[in-house]
Design a protein around this ligand. Structure first.
Ligand SMILES: Cc1ncc(COP(=O)(O)O)c(C=O)c1O
Length: 399
């Protein structure tokens, strides 16, 4: 007879990893990391091959902008490469105060608080706002960082059908938690490029005493006359809205932020564990972020160019027979359906010098695998023409 010490599990660690990966492979869901070299939009060397990128979140092309590079390089010269501690110990470099003041101005909020990434912003903010006695209503297509944060908060989480304000109204009426209610939504949905019905959600929240949080990772820098994002696009006052943004997309750098009331920012400094227990951002990143906000404010031509390209892309895609929404974002989901077919199209494009990886479950719902085509202000009309030519050849030859 075996003793407890000799217990041998039916699944060994070696089998576990192997079987897990094999299962993904069989379902066309295996992912792997592809080396990207020398990216300078719209071109990059991916896996050793020069391609035009149609998969970037660097919507304004700022990640390789000379102004941001200079700001980052001179910050390294002046401050060094690391912050040396968390913000509450010794890492709160004075660059943070300037950056947060500019964020608050962009979002027309009283205050802003910068975190290390958009992901950790959502984790820190949601887990600080809502706890076990509270209720969170969350859109079905919210970003994974919101989904994870909701779980981590231990609140009651009700997921409502995508952008369904009637459902939100009914849920708010029917569910009265012991504590507070938070409604959370992406401003621009990252994989579909559509906008949340923020005006209606805000009205409902005000009527029911709930707080609205809008994660505007993909709207910041892109939407609205000043690039302030989804609220500005809708002409809404940000009063009473918790606005999350990132520096990692249109702002071409790294980091996340929340723009809110001063008292809320002070509360988060004392509560948000992902801010308290993580090292502050390095000076180069902070300086690049400050410069990015300046560029967004002053170089309005970038947004203008992006809008023009967006119109051209819509025209091209609809002439190929794709249904194109009238949303103002530079994100175009080409829904293919099966993961295998989406991979096939993506490989074909790569072969022809265009990079747009297949987006598959769990990033998107099952049966909705797609290519997520996105634009940046650095693209030119001839890049779009090239993409249209390749897509047209693929679909003409009968896939
Ligand atoms: C809506 C949304 N929120 C948050 C994030 C996370 O931001 P970051 O990449 O800066 O961590 C993303 C990134 O893809 C996103 O799309």
């Amino acid at each position: 007879m075996k003793s407890a010490r000799e217990f041998s599990p039916s699944i060994t660690w070696a089998n576990f990893f192997h079987d897990y990966l094999q299962d993904l492979q069989a379902k066309d869901l295996l992912r792997s990391l592809v080396p990207v070299q020398a990216a300078a939009l719209p071109r990059a060397i991916v896996d050793g091959k020069e391609v035009i990128l149609f998969s970037t979140n660097d919507y304004l092309g700022l990640a390789s902008d000379a102004r941001l590079k200079r700001a980052a390089a001179s910050a390294v010269e002046k401050w060094g490469t690391g912050s040396g501690g968390s913000r509450l110990i010794s890492g709160n470099l004075s660059l943070y105060a300037e950056l947060e003041s500019e964020c608050a101005k962009l979002k027309e909020a009283e205050a802003a608080l910068v975190f290390s990434s958009g992901y950790t912003t959502n984790i820190g903010v949601i887990c600080s706002l809502a706890g076990p006695d509270d209720l969170i209503l969350s859109d079905q297509l919210n970003h994974a960082s919101i989904v994870d944060a909701c779980k981590l908060s231990r609140s009651t989480v009700l997921v409502y059908p995508h952008c369904d304000t009637e459902a939100v109204g009914s849920l708010l009426k029917a569910n009265k938690p012991k504590g507070k209610t938070l409604v959370v939504t992406d401003g621009v949905f990252s994989m579909d490029g559509d906008l949340a019905p923020v005006p209606e959600l805000l009205q409902l929240c005000r009527r029911h005493g709930a707080l609205l949080m809008v994660d505007d990772a993909h709207g910041t820098g892109v939407l609205g006359p000043r690039g302030a994002g989804t609220l500005e696009h809708f002409g809404l006052e940000p009063d009473g809205v918790i606005q999350v943004g990132t520096f990692s997309k249109a702002l071409g750098s790294l980091g996340g932020f929340v723009a809110c009331k001063a008292v809320e920012a002070r509360y988060l400094v004392n509560k948000a564990r992902s801010l308290i227990y993580s090292t502050a951002l390095p000076p180069a990143v902070l300086a690049a972020n400050i410069e990015a906000l300046r560029v967004v404010k002053e170089d309005t031509g970038l947004r203008f160019r992006l809008k023009k390209l967006t119109r051209q892309m819509k025209k091209g895609l609809s002439s190929l027979g794709f249904s194109v929404s009238d949303q103002p974002t530079p994100i175009f989901p080409l829904i293919i359906g099966s993961s295998r077919e989406a991979l096939r199209l993506s490989h074909y494009l790569f072969d022809k010098g265009v990079f747009a990886p297949a987006i598959r479950p769990p990033t998107v719902p099952r049966g909705q695998s797609r290519l997520r085509i996105s634009l940046s202000a650095a693209h030119r009309q001839e890049d779009i023409d090239r993409l249209m030519g390749v897509l047209s050849r693929y679909f003409r030859r009968g896939a």
